[in-house]
Ligand binder design. Structure first.
Ligand code: B3K
Ligand code: ZN
Length: 854
């Protein structure tokens, strides 16, 4: 496959100011007639080159006259043009019902819909399918009126009519020039939940959430989240919506979470549909976050788009930062930060430490769909957050205002964004830019010395950025570190919080008048996305977990204490449980703390995260060590868990930060009760399972029962399956719970579930629920005999024939072989080699598998 390089960027030879699309919709054969007004861009004398994929050219006309001097170069249509401005028409036929890749125009449960980012538009019609060609679109759709009563596209509806052959048509106009990846259409039998929003300048916007009629009762939460997002973006960034309508459509088959098409977002139904009986608190939060994310793209992505795909984090990193800030404002900002860091550590840190590591602004790719990664999204968001921290709120807002003013209507670069940050603040971010070009998670070591007599404390900081593929040597980065010292004896803060910008390999900070032994609180709020290695003792960590005034630092101290304990137990079998038990008891006994925070703080780090701390992952030893600590916590604090379980029971279901916090803590307590081995737990969990008036509690009870050996286990799995038969989003949970099982038989159960009549690789949510979840079940996936590796490779090879993009997304667990013992590494490599050798493999899967072998 061909490698595309960032340095090879050239401006387009032709622009397309106007695009007219005429669709004659039919699932088996849709005719697409495209009329492009093209103008030569600069001095380039070359022909017009239009990207295509999979369709056959039926006709080409230039300025109204049929021509036959066009040629195909691979799938690129080359049309020679004499002058500098022409009208070029093409006609093609495509088959949405045979589109299993779910890119371009496809059918999902009888609905015709599109997904064009990154390069799906070329599967619909011939076009310069690159983000820096902005065009004004007008779209006409004609379709069977009974099967496709609703016809939607970008922008505003302008006309519609009925024909006497049973078909009808609609025309939509989008006044804002946009790249082809933001094109969308939807045709289907859809019901709508309507709302309205009046913008700060008084524009009335008609909102619509379109779903199957039976799903309509589950759309209020999404609609509410949309209104909150619109108001938030006005208040926090001064960004107003710019069309008269904003539509969202939910479909069941979708490669990603959702898509920000201008004025017509298309969503995976799992990020729209919710009611208490079928969606957990986690689902509710994720829906609000994704609705906000896609809405925020209207400014960060659509009004200002990306010049080329290497700049993807320009829109994704910034938009994730924006949706994280939005969610933080809806409830506990501290808990939101904890969740985001947990996510970063679970997905981005391993990526940055493995064979697929790449900078936030990559240098090269074979398949751009492989670069919609945690690095581009979540590390990208951390970069924006660091700049916001360095600039402070006033300058950061001035900088984003400048960015919106200056780049509105253009296709911009990450460099353009950083320059706005510099210009508005007067700061020099030259060295900060390394965050865009250097991959790898920096490691920061911090050691604090105190000379009791002189009252002086010395903090030595040293950073190191590990080598990553193609980048053996790294320069020191700019790390914004929030830190503070506390007195070990009095518990009082000894300093104010300080923001230190570390930009050398090492640096020493001196604090005077430190009259008692200081304890270091560092990287408060997770101000820099780094790994901190400090020499803080268990006692100091326990102290911080109880005393630090920064809630994130408090959580972090507890996590570090737990991690140190688990690492020691894994390596040498050492039992240091008591320190953790005491610290957890302390946290549980603090009545001032938010319930949701307590629930997060007392959870043990995942097995995978423990593995990330070790030179070589021993999945079995880690599992045993973690289970032993869970048992110890469960047993030693049994009465507290039982008390919390009872005290946090609630009457009727409410969705509010307080109610969520109580549910969360109560379910964490249930988990620890189960770990304690207390005999009453099976019955307790079963009662909760049966009596629950919401999915959060029902699924938590199911997880508890499904992970253990309880007599109630088979009945719970069976009852859950029967109760929700036909609701595919809930059946996904049923598969996922079993794929994440901590039981000894998890791998065998997963292999069997892949033969369950409800399992299909054709639906990405279902594939992710079983195959994706299994890949992150460290112990089961890495079973010593390689059964997990073989299963994943088998599934990927099958899925690749249907949907390469989703297959490639599920591959990374196989690429972690360097982290394991030689026998496991050999088994993983053998599966990767089997994948690479497969004839007809997609370039998506080839790129990920071959890089994973290197
Ligand atoms: N921009 C889309 C991602 C499309 C993924 C294509 N491989 C969703 C989002 O980030 O909002
Ligand atoms: Zn996005």
């Amino acid at each position: 496959p061909q490698t595309i390089r960032r340095g090879d960027y050239r401006p387009p030879a032709w622009m397309v100011p106007e695009t007219r699309l005429d669709f004659d919709l039919d699932p088996a054969a849709t005719r697409v007639h495209a009329t492009l007004t093209v103008t030569r861009n600069g001095a380039d004398a070359g022909p017009l080159r239009l990207d295509g994929a999979g369709q056959a050219v039926q006709a080409v006309r230039v300025d109204g006259v049929a021509v036959d001097d066009w040629a195909l170069e691979g799938e690129t249509l080359i049309v020679p043009l004499a002058g500098d401005a022409h009208v070029v028409e093409t006609e093609v036929t495509i088959a949405p019902d045979r589109n299993t890749q779910l890119m371009g125009l496809y059918a999902s449960g009888g609905i015709l819909c599109t997904q064009c980012e990154a390069e799906g538009f070329r599967r619909i019609t011939y076009f310069p399918d690159r983000p820096d060609v902005l065009s004004r679109y007008s779209v006409r759709m004609t379709a069977d009126r009974a099967r496709y009563p609703v016809l939607l596209s970008n922008g505003d509806p302008v006309a519609s009519g009925v024909q006497d052959d049973g078909r009808h048509w609609a025309e939509w106009n989008d006044p804002f020039p946009k790249p082809s990846y933001l094109f969308a259409l939807v045709a289907g039998e859809l019901a709508v939940n309507r709302g309205s929003f009046t913008t700060q300048s008084g524009r009335a916007v008609e909102l619509g959430i379109w779903v199957r009629a039976t799903d309509l009762p589950r759309t209020d939460h999404a609609l509410h989240a949309l209104k909150l997002s619109m108001a938030w973006d006005e208040r926090v960034y001064g960004r107003e919506y710019d069309l008269d309508v904003f539509n969202i459509v939910a479909v069941d088959d979708f490669n990603f979470g959702a898509m920000e098409n201008k004025g017509l977002n298309i969503f995976n139904s799992r990020y729209i549909l919710a009611d208490p009986d079928t969606a957990t608190d986690y689902d509710y939060d994720a829906i609000a976050a994704v609705v906000a994310h896609e809405y925020f793209h209207n400014w960060t992505g659509n009004r200002i788009t990306c010049r080329d795909w290497f700049q993807l984090s320009l829109k994704e990193g910034f938009t994730v930062y924006r949706d994280q800030s939005f969610s933080a404002d809806q409830g506990s900002a501290a808990v939101k930060r904890i969740e985001d860091v947990r996510g970063l550590r679970a997905s981005q840190f391993p990526e940055d430490a493995g064979p697929l590591a790449h900078p936030v602004r990559p240098e090269a790719y074979q398949e751009i769909n492989n670069f919609y990664t945690a690095t581009i999204y979540n590390k990208g968001a951390e970069l924006i957050r660091m700049m916001a921290t360095i600039l402070g709120p006033t300058d950061f807002r001035a900088a984003t205002d400048l960015y919106f003013r200056e780049f509105d209507g253009t296709a911009a670069t990450c460099e353009d964004f950083v320059r706005c940050m510099e210009r508005a603040s007067g700061r020099d971010l030259s060295r900060f830019r390394l965050w865009y070009s250097q991959a790898g998670t920096p490691r920061l070591s911090a050691s604090l010395l105190h000379s009791a007599g002189g009252g002086r404390a010395t903090l030595r900081l040293a950073q190191h950025v590990p080598a990553t593929p193609g980048q053996p040597i790294k320069a020191p980065m700019v790390l914004p570190l929030k830190l503070r010292l506390f007195g070990a004896e009095t518990g009082r803060p000894l300093t104010e919080e300080r923001l230190v910008l570390l930009d050398e390999a090492d640096e020493t900070l001196v604090f005077e008048a430190v009259t008692e032994r200081p304890v270091l609180s560092i990287n408060r709020g997770f101000s820099a996305p780094v790994v901190v290695e400090s020499d803080r003792s268990a006692a100091d960590l326990a102290f911080l977990s109880a005393q630090d005034d920064d809630p994130f630092a408090r959580y972090e101290a507890m996590q570090q204490l737990m991690l140190d304990t688990l690492v020691a137990a894994t390596i040498s079998g050492e039992d240091r449980h008591q320190a953790v038990v005491d610290a957890v008891a302390n946290t549980l006994d603090d009545p001032e703390l938010d319930r949701a925070f307590v629930a997060e703080a007392v959870l043990l780090p995942s097995e995978a995260f423990v593995g990330d701390q070790l030179a070589e992952v021993d999945p079995e030893a880690i599992h045993q060590a973690r289970e032993a600590l869970r048992r110890a916590l469960g047993g030693a604090l049994h009465d507290r868990w039982a008390h919390l379980y009872a005290a946090n029971a609630q009457g009727g279901y409410v969705y509010s930060p307080e109610a969520k916090g109580k549910r969360r803590l109560r379910n964490v307590a249930l988990g620890y009760l189960a770990a304690s081995g207390a005999p009453e737990v099976g019955a307790l969990a079963w009662r909760q399972f049966e009596a629950a008036d919401n999915m959060t509690d029902r699924q938590a009870a199911l997880n508890t029962l499904a992970n253990g050996d309880f007599a109630e286990r088979p009945a719970a799995l069976d009852a859950f399956y029967r109760r929700y038969a036909g609701n595919s989003l809930v059946i996904d949970k049923w598969f996922q719970t079993q794929a994440l099982s901590t039981r000894d038989d998890a791998a065998d159960a997963v292999v069997a579930l892949a033969r369950h009549p409800d399992f299909t690789l054709a639906n990405p949510n279902r594939a992710r629920a079983l195959v994706g979840a299994f890949g992150v079940n460290q112990r089961a996936f890495n079973r010593a005999d390689g059964a997990g590796y073989r299963f994943l490779a088998d599934q990927l090879l099958q899925l690749d024939r249907l949907n390469p993009q989703t297959a490639a997304k599920l591959l990374p667990p196989l690429g972690r072989w360097r982290r394991f013992d030689a026998p496991r590494a050999a088994l993983m490599r053998a599966e990767l080699e089997r994948i690479v050798a497969q004839p007809g493999l997609s370039k998506d899967l080839f790129e990920q598998a071959s890089k994973s072998l290197a």
